[in-house]
Design a protein around this ligand. Structure first.
Ligand SMILES: [Zn+2]
Length: 76
């Protein structure tokens, strides 16, 4: 699994709507990938704040910003 693939499915992972075999594959990727773990932590925090505030989906603009955050992590 690549980082891009991991990020594409992270929302389902956090929601718990992901098939178990895919979740296992994602967890294997996360175990060896600091940027994706950081992304997951940020996503969870943001999602908790968003759902507490309005119970709405994360806006596209927020996803774009999180992707940029990940890209910046990978450049180090
Ligand atoms: Zn990754």
């Amino acid at each position: 699994m690549t980082c891009r693939e991991a990020i594409d499915v992270l929302a389902d992972y956090v929601d718990g709507t992901m098939p178990a075999d895919l979740a296992a594959e994602l967890e294997r990727h996360l175990a060896g990938c600091d940027p994706c773990r950081a992304y997951l932590a940020t996503y969870r925090t943001t999602r908790a704040l968003v759902s507490a505030a309005a119970a709405v989906e994360m806006p596209d603009e927020m996803k774009t910003r999180l992707r940029r955050f990940l890209a910046a992590q990978q450049r180090r």
